[in-house]
Structures are given as C-alpha cells and as structure tokens.
Design a protein around this ligand. Structure first.
Ligand code: HMG
Ligand code: MG
Length: 302
C-alpha cells in the first residue's frame, strides 16, 4: 500500500466549471500558481468546450498560457472535439483529455452525442495528437452510476475504457461523476477494468456526493491503483449531474495519504491558503472536513 501515489489536481477545471460565481482568468491563474506552489505538479487548468455550455471555462486559453512556464508540471485541458483540439493547440497545450461516458443518457446530456459518436469525434483528435506529440488522457464518466439511468454495468465501463486505451490514451480516469459509489463497487470496477487496461494506467476520479470518496479511493488503492484525481477545497461538481458535489477534496486525500506514510510532496498550509483564497472568491467556505478542521483550529489560535 505504501507505493507513491500521483495526485492530479482538478480544482481549476472540474471544480470551478460548476461554481455559480465565475472566477476571472487572473484569479484562475493565481489559484493554479498557488496550487503548484503548494507542491502539486499536475493541475487540470481548463477546458476548450462550448462557452454556452460552460461559461465558467471561458478564457481557458489565457489561463493555460499564463501557467505554461511550469514546464515540469502536467497541465491538462479538456477537449471534446476537433474545434476544441485546435483551440487547445493554439494555446500551446501539451496534454489534453477527451471525455466519454459509460451511459448513453449522460453522453447525450454532457456532449450532445451518443457514446459511439463521441468515439468517432475522438479518433481524429488522437491521430492529430499523436502526430503533434501531444499526450491524451481519457475519462470515462458515470462509472459507478448515472444521474439518468441509475446502475451502470461494470462491463459497459470496461468496454469504453478499452476503446479509449486502444485509441492511444496514455491513462484512463474512471469518473464516479455523481459520487454514488461505495467501496465494494469501486473495488469490483477496478478489478474489471484492469483486466483490459493495466492497473498502473488507471486513475480514480471520484466525486464525494455521498461522502464515500475516500473509502472508495482506499479500496481502489488496495487493488493497486495509484493515480487520484482530486479538487482543492472539494470544489465543484458536474453541470450535467444535478446535485452532484465536487471531486474528493485534495486536502482530504493528502491528509489520508500522509497518515498512511505515503509522502505527497504537498504543503498543507500552502494548499489551505490557496483554498481559502478561492473560497473567498466564490463566496462560500470549503466543504471538506480537513479544510474545515484546519480553519477552525487556526481561528482558535491552536
Ligand atoms: P454541440 O452543440 O453538439 O456542438 O455541442 P456543435 O458542433 O453543434 O456546435 C454548437 C456550437 O458550439 C457552435 O457555436 C460551435 O461553434 C460551438 P454557434 O454556432 O452555436 O455559436 N462549439 C464550440 N465552441 C468552443 N469550443 C468547442 C466547441 N465545439 C462546438 N470545442 C459540445 C457539443 C461537446 C461542444 C458541447 O456539448 C459542450 O461543450 N459540452 C460541454 C461539456 C463539458 O464541458 N462538460 C463538463 C466537463 S466533463 C466532466 O466534468 C466529467 C469529468 O469530470 C469526469 C467525471 O466526473 O465523470 C471529466
Ligand atoms: Mg468530474
């Protein structure tokens, strides 16, 4: 269990994309700088999607340009189609992520096409990315449940994960988009998917709606998974998953891993400072247990 874990910070993208109060380009750049300053070396910075669909991510090109000097960090951006790919390349993206779903209804709601059509859209993106020397991450949404269809068969996730892997994605991130999973299901899912995609190439992207994300991550780690997507402050959710809350909070993950003797390289004090700044911008306190506890402790002067 004590092998290193890689954390991919989602706050500036998955987090802020679903916050009601838009955060300016300059403040998003400052947030990313603060996260990198706290020791995170992989931060998803934005998305090249329709501005009508996700207005919060408008300006992602400027955000990416603003932080691209961190050449030692992974700075992925979401790309849904070739138009998005072109915009990402004009902004200098070296790492992009395509996103598919295990549920037809969610695919339709999120990206306005079927799962098969989404794969057809990704094929030219992956071909161009290969030619351009751009790495591509692949997401699968609704892996442990769908807001429209309920239960999702693990085999549906295995199938789409395998397709993305065969297309050339270097890593497949499994999204519990609405945070309904429980540890036994997370474990079963990782076992099933790792029969088709090697475990070191899988990531866990668990939203924390039902408070199960840390337990699910622990179960996944017991299965050998070592990549975790998390969002500072537990920011956000998914615009197409009503009621879903943000990703598991980075500070909760860091606290758990450090407690297990797994060094993260993240400075908790700096991370909390970054969270508190963005929390002031969006006008609500961080939702995570660790941030709440540490802020209460600081207020009490302990
Ligand atoms: P569409 O309406 O089918 O696309 O949307 P279209 O090709 O018919 O174009 C419609 C309009 O969008 C046109 O503009 C296009 O130019 C524009 P108009 O002529 O009406 O002015 N357009 C674009 N503009 C900017 N960038 C683009 C782009 N493409 C088209 N790339 C589309 C299809 C995918 C674009 C749309 O549905 C969309 O942007 N959806 C947003 C999806 C999204 O960002 N969802 C949240 C992220 S996914 C997530 O959070 C899950 C994840 O975290 C994992 C998990 O938790 O499960 C990753
Ligand atoms: Mg997500």
């Amino acid at each position: 269990m004590r092998e290193a874990v890689r954390i991919i910070e989602m706050g500036p993208r998955d987090g802020l994309q679903n916050e009601k109060t838009p955060v300016s380009v300059a403040d998003r750049i400052a947030f990313i700088e603060a996260l990198i300053g706290a020791g995170l070396n992989a931060v998803e910075v934005g998305s090249f999607v329709s501005p009508k669909a996700i207005p919060q991510m408008v300006g992602s090109a400027e955000v990416l340009r603003g932080v691209s000097h961190h050449t030692d960090c992974d700075l992925p951006v979401l790309v849904p189609n070739e138009k998005g790919y072109e915009a990402s390349q004009a902004a200098g993206a070296k790492l992009i992520a395509v996103f598919a779903a295990a549920s037809e209804s969610f695919s339709r709601a999120n990206i306005n096409c079927s799962i098969a059509e989404s794969i057809d859209r990704f094929k030219p993106i992956l071909a161009r990315a290969r030619a351009d020397g751009v790495r591509v991450r692949g997401y699968v949404s609704t892996v442990l449940g769908c807001p429209y269809e309920g239960e999702i068969r693990p085999q549906a996730v295995v199938d789409i994960a395998r397709v993305l892997w065969d297309l050339g994605c270097y890593e497949i991130s499994l999204g519990d988009t609405i945070g309904v999973g429980t540890p036994a299901k997370a474990r079963q899912l990782l076992r099933a998917v790792s029969s088709e995609v090697p475990m070191p190439k899988l990531a866990m992207h668990f939203h924390d709606t039902y408070g199960q994300a840390l337990a699910n991550l622990y179960a996944g780690m017991e299965e050998g998974c070592r990549v975790i997507d998390s969002a500072a402050g537990g920011l956000g959710g998914c615009p197409y998953a009503p009621g879903a809350t943000g990703n598991v909070a980075t500070e909760d993950v860091v606290y758990m891993l450090e407690g297990m003797g797994i060094s993260t390289g993240v400075d908790m004090t700096k991370l909390l400072a970054a969270i508190n700044v963005v929390s002031g911008l969006i006008g609500r306190p961080p939702v995570s247990r660790v941030a709440t506890a540490l802020n209460a402790k600081a207020r009490a002067g302990k």
